[in-house]
Design a protein around this ligand. Structure first.
Ligand code: G6P
Ligand code: MG
Length: 216
């Protein structure tokens, strides 16, 4: 039996991965650099500045730190205006049911998102109070694939990492969960999330997850 489930947010609980993608696409267009869904896979789970660095690899130009700060903050402005309108309708299918069942079994729940907008997203979705702990991304020094954010969640829940299940839609996130010594559930494509212990299309596979966690 596992004692805690640590969720990523964008692309796992919230249908917001598409907004990050759209916002980066706008920046790429403005910079006149190539961007596609495949490059976007490597941005998932990665911090804002690091995402920009990955994006800029497609460009031959050199950008100053000041320019980088400008584009990172512009991307965040786009993203923030997109999430302003999100409502409980933007919760990905299966999430609520899964959260409710896990709570009934006294499984501790946390959110480990690299996003500095995580609190706003959770508030707008109306589910912030469902979680025992939400990691503050601003306090995390080493970003995913480093295990730090998942280890911080486990520590705050008071649960040993090996008693935790992590759920992620990104390659960097799955690696972070594995390096933290936890069971990793991938949400998405098994050919992309190769290091996950189990890959599901979405959280509608509630029973499968509950069975794994409860150990029945
Ligand atoms: C999550 C998303 C990434 C995003 C990162 C930082 O990990 O998957 O796409 O870049 O958070 O988000 P932020 O809202 O702080 O720019
Ligand atoms: Mg994600």
């Amino acid at each position: 039996r596992y004692e805690a489930v640590i969720f990523d947010l964008d692309g796992v609980i919230a249908d917001t991965a598409k907004f990050h993608y759209e916002a980066w696409k706008k920046i790429a267009e403005e910079l006149g650099i190539y961007f596609d869904e495949k490059i976007n896979e490597s941005l998932k789970g990665v911090s804002r500045m690091e995402s920009l660095e990955i994006l800029l690899k497609q460009s031959e130009k050199e950008y100053s730190q000041e320019q980088k700060n400008y584009f990172a903050s512009k991307k965040n402005d786009y993203f923030k205006s997109m999430i302003q309108k999100i409502t409980p309708g933007d919760i990905l299918p299966g999430s609520i049911e899964l959260i409710k069942i896990l709570k009934r079994y006294n499984v501790k729940l946390a959110v480990a998102s690299a996003s500095r907008n995580a609190n706003t997203v959770l508030e707008n979705l109306g589910i912030k109070s469902e979680f025992d702990y939400i990691v503050d991304a601003a306090k995390i020094v080493n970003v995913k694939p480093d295990p730090e954010i998942f280890l911080a969640a486990a520590e705050n829940l008071g649960v040993e990492p090996k008693k935790c299940v992590g759920i992620e839609d990104s390659v960097a996130g799955i690696e972070a969960i594995k390096r933290a010594g936890m069971f990793a559930i991938g949400i998405g494509d098994p050919t992309i999330l190769k290091k996950a212990d189990m890959v599901l299309e979405d959280l509608r596979y509630t029973q499968k997850i509950v069975k794994l966690v409860i150990g029945e």
